[in-house]
Design a binder for this molecule. Structure first.
Ligand code: CA
Length: 249
């Protein structure tokens, strides 16, 4: 497991390196956004997770986040920031961050967040399954949504939320419940953020995002995912050839 830490404060960077190395992670530190982007692009194998300070010299952490997201829609990004305003968090999430941790932070908490994100990502890879409804195909393992001919890659959280809707289709889900089940850290994020994520998903999958028929708003409560969904194992589609080859060898 390989982590990129983009942090200009040497003491914090050194502390993170020490603790993550103790946990068995390989750590690369970058002290500017530019350096972080270079390290990210050059990494082979790629990084499993990015920890990104927002207040960096020259290029801001927001911009670094946006650019990393453009290259890789899946890598978990944890933003570190001394700013606690809800709007700063919202901007960070809009830039593609998965989690927002305010400084000063508790190291144990950060370590467990990292562990969680890495595990969730591995679990997401575990059971290949593809969902189909209307002209939409969702592949949670590849973090892709295909509508007609158009395939889009989702961020980790977008995929987790869509997957959650799919697994709980037909149920009325309160915002609070969604926070607890998908974000797992309800104290840290406002229900408003869920609405922003839902807006983005609707723009992707709804034939008419203004009149959603899949992710339906339930007034005063939350959302209900309504679709006639077919589940297929990815095995029965694209994976067929390689899996067959494996099992017969
Ligand atoms: Ca800083």
């Amino acid at each position: 497991m390989k982590i990129l830490v983009v942090e200009d404060e040497a003491a914090i960077a050194a502390g993170l390196r020490f603790n993550f190395e103790q946990e068995g992670y390989e750590v690369v530190i970058a002290v500017t956004g530019e350096e972080g982007l270079h390290a990210f692009a050059a990494a082979d194998p790629p990084f499993d997770l990015v920890i990104l300070d927002l207040m960096l010299p020259q290029m801001s952490g927001y911009e670094v986040c946006r650019r990393i997201r453009k290259q890789d829609s899946q890598v978990p990004i944890i933003v570190l920031s001394a700013r606690t305003l809800a709007e700063d968090k919202a901007v960070a999430f809009d830039c593609g961050a998965d989690q927002y941790v305010t400084k000063p932070f508790a190291l144990l908490e950060l370590l467990s967040r990292v562990r969680n994100l890495v595990q969730r990502r591995r679990r997401g890879r575990g059971a290949p399954k593809v969902y189909r409804f209307g002209n939409v195909v969702v592949d949670p393992e590849r973090f892709t949504v295909t509508v007609g001919e158009q395939t889009t890659r989702l961020t980790t959280l977008e995929m987790q939320l869509l997957n959650y809707f799919l697994e709980n289709r037909g149920k009325v889900l309160s915002r609070q419940q969604i926070l607890e089940d998908v974000w797992k850290e309800p104290a840290d994020i406002t229900t408003r953020s869920i609405d922003n994520f839902v807006l983005r998903l609707r723009r992707l999958i709804e034939p008419d995002p203004g009149e959603p028929r899949y992710i339906v708003s339930i007034r005063g409560t939350g959302y209900q995912f309504m679709a006639d969904v077919t589940e297929q194992t990815a095995r029965s589609t694209e994976r067929l050839s390689s899996d067959t080859a494996d099992s017969t060898s």
